[in-house]
Design a protein around this ligand. Structure first.
Ligand code: ATP
Ligand code: MG
Length: 313
């Protein structure tokens, strides 16, 4: 749906995008992640032809985007980071106005607006936009962006200013439109990405450090380390285990390296790294020493951990 090749953009001396590549598949919900100032909004504005790139190309549905001349925008619905409204209008008036300036027929605008206002939970809202909460404004903004049945919906940080309930509402709406459109949204809230995205890209220092299907990224970053929680292991058994498996056994507590405390008790939690010690032998060791394991599981890195690792922070 969207392809970006070698995109570069500087503001004065500041190189913000240094050769950004991105491929957004059709019907994906794409999480475009990066810290404040990473260049997310800049990238989106270039995709919309609102900002000139220094180098590289952008293709929307296979058509090249040109700055200032934007027929590709007929495929796109856009929700800016801080949407502005005419606050004296109500939701229906606002959508009618948007329909008018985008050339939709009044009949189609009305039908589509009613459908969309229901979808975003504003169907019964008769008040002027002036009295809307931030969450309501974001929901109206999404309805506006979807009015022309875009093939690509671009939302710039749609959840950043919202509380958990408001965020969930927006995420549910974005999930629900996946069949009719492709969603690209920027964020620095990785739990939102975790919740609804099919694909992710991490932008840092002007380039995409990692991108692809969320599940594949998870799979590739799965660790080799197990968390082990047990009861009743003596400090002697623990010492023996450390001697036998060396570096493979380490403390789970990041504040302390010691597996045996000052009272000479074995720590109830530790980590076993299967790249440093033989997993099967370890299991035999546990059985031989009749260690009661309460919990043992592969440590799954969160997207947050992966992001911090790929960005070197
Ligand atoms: N018009 C401009 N003139 C000068 N510098 C700019 C301009 N627009 C953006 N920048 C700079 O480019 C960098 C990237 O900004 P951008 O707004 O794209 O980041 P972002 O990832 O959207 O951040 P945020 O999460 O805060 O919205 C920032 O350092 C910003 O100061
Ligand atoms: Mg931004």
């Amino acid at each position: 749906m969207l392809r970006i090749n070698g995109l570069k953009k500087s503001f004065g001396e500041k190189e913000v995008l240094k050769g950004l590549d991105l491929v957004v598949p059709e019907h994906s919900i794409y999480g475009f992640c990066g810290r404040n100032g990473a260049g997310k909004t800049t990238t989106m504005k270039i995709v919309l032809g609102l900002l000139a790139a220094d180098d590289g190309e952008v293709l929307v549905s296979g058509e090249k985007v040109h700055f200032g001349d934007t027929p590709t925008n007929r495929y796109i619905g856009y929700l800016p980071d801080v949407p502005e409204f005419y606050s004296y209008m109500n939701a229906m008036e606002y959508l009618r106005f948007c329909g008018q300036i985008t050339g939709l027929s009044p009949k189609e605008t009305d039908t589509r607006s009613e459908e969309l206002l229901d979808k975003v939970g504003l169907g019964k809202e008769k008040h002027r936009i002036k009295g809307y909460s931030r969450g309501m404004k974001q929901r109206l903004g999404i309805a506006q962006a979807l009015l022309g049945r875009p093939k690509l919906l671009i939302c710039d940080e749609p959840t950043s200013a919202l509380d958990p309930v408001g965020r969930k509402e927006i995420l549910d709406i974005l999930s629900s439109v996946k069949d009719e459109t492709t969603v690209l949204f920027s964020t620095h809230i990785l739990s939102d990405v975790e919740r609804i995205c099919t694909d992710i890209a991490f932008l840092s220092e002007g380039t995409i450090k990692l991108s692809g299907k969320k599940e594949e990224i998870r799979e590739e970053n799965r660790t080799s380390r197990y968390y082990v929680n047990h009861t009743g292991m003596t400090s002697e058994a623990l010492e023996k285990m450390v001697k036998r498996f060396g570096d493979a056994v380490s403390s789970y507590d990041s504040n302390s390296k010691d597996l045996i405390n000052e009272k000479n008790e074995a720590s109830r939690e530790f980590i076993f790294d299967t790249t440093k010690g033989d997993y099967t032998e370890f299991i035999y060791f546990i059985a031989d020493h009749k260690i009661k394991v309460n919990k043992m599981e592969l440590i799954e890195p969160s997207l947050e951990d992966i992001f911090l690792e790929v960005t070197g922070e």
